[in-house]
Design a protein around this ligand. Sequence first.
Ligand code: ADP
Ligand code: MG
Length: 454
Amino acid sequence: MPETISSSGLAQLWQSALPQLAESVGHAACDSFLRSAQVLEFDGETLLLGVANEFARDWLREKHLPAISSCLSELVEKPVRVEMQVVEHQANQPMPQTVHTAPATPVATGFGSVPLNPKYTFENFVVADCNRFAHAAGQQVSKSPGKSYNPFFIHSKVGLGKTHLLQAIGHAVVEHNPNLQVVYISAESFVNQLIGSIRDNRTAQFRRRYRNVDVWLVDDVQFIAAIKGPASEEEFFHTFNTLYETNKQVVIASDAPPRHLQLMNDRLRSRLEMGIVADLRCPDVETRIAILDKKAQSEGLDLPREILTYIAEKIESNIRVLEGALLKVCAQISLTNEQPTLSAVEELISDYSTAAAPRSVSVRDIAEYVADQMDCPLEDMLGPKRNQEIVWPRQVAIYLCRELTNNSLANIGDFFGGRDHSTILHGYNKVSELLETDEEVLWLINDLKSGLQA
Ligand code: ADP
Ligand code: MG
């Protein structure tokens, strides 16, 4: 007799699949089509998924069926065939009461990597000032894993390309060397697998699995810090150490730089800080247009420039939301079979808006922060002294003031003890030049910027 699973069990199954689905089909498609879907039936082999409309059904069928089915198969530890059906008014639809299925508790028990999203490659990653450093370091890591930048730590706000970059490294490693074992996993899945392995007395297998990888890509590591479970953090730390000490590459993505992670283990934090830390920032409007253009092309759509520009101007601070808006426009085109007008697009995406909060860092914030980080008294930084221990932090602060605020040279000069604009420009140029040639300066500036903008 097959066991039965309640409708809440089906909903739970779907909920536990969503994080992995988001990783493997991409967050934009997941947010647009999968989050609102529901499991209508599951007999242990075939799973019937209810989706919102025909476009979602066709889109998912055409592009993501293998990924969805492989995520679900991994979750229930047996092959799952996925079928889709349009469900009209989902919210009011009664859920079926019970259906037959094999597993009673649909929680992930399989260990291992989520398949990489084939779209998250370096080729599909638009490089611009907001991500140049992280991209270059990522490429370097993928060429010589474990040898150059280890660990490599990427951080940014949500939707700015961490997962994409992490997976691009994974693709490139495999391309250069198909024999290397690459594992991509979100910290959340890692913890779920750990909990499952403790429950099933399989911790030894769990450890073996993770301690045998060549390149370990861990996404959203802030999760480890947030759950405050000593066991998870310890297990993570041990896995990290084992890999690190045997010169295996570890790449970590997080929503905050290492020193802002609420970790209990100080050694873990300092190890994370020891490698190279790179951030991803909001792309400017030209970059956003380039990203949309690339995305539209990869979907086989040729959208007029004014429409791309409109979307790019409207959505500033999150590339995932930007793509969500594009998908919505694509959906409209496929339903009506004609190019939408600009006003139709305006209407269509009127509820999207993520205009970035105005950059709140001031010249004073920068000077105070740099003085503190570089151990230079603020009064000296703003005063007349000209010895090198003072001049260098001052130049760094000046550079950051030009980069991060809209103040004129004269304004910055006024703040820095009434220096004239040519002195300010000289300081700025000095740092800019060193940035080109001196890696330590690059790291320093990168780190200070992240700290100021976090
Ligand atoms: P995060 O992990 O930081 O939340 P993601 O990696 O999921 O962000 O990126 C969100 C979406 O934006 C993805 O679909 C990704 O392909 C796209 N994206 C981010 N950065 C770029 C870029 N530089 N070029 C092209 N697409 C990008
Ligand atoms: Mg991500």
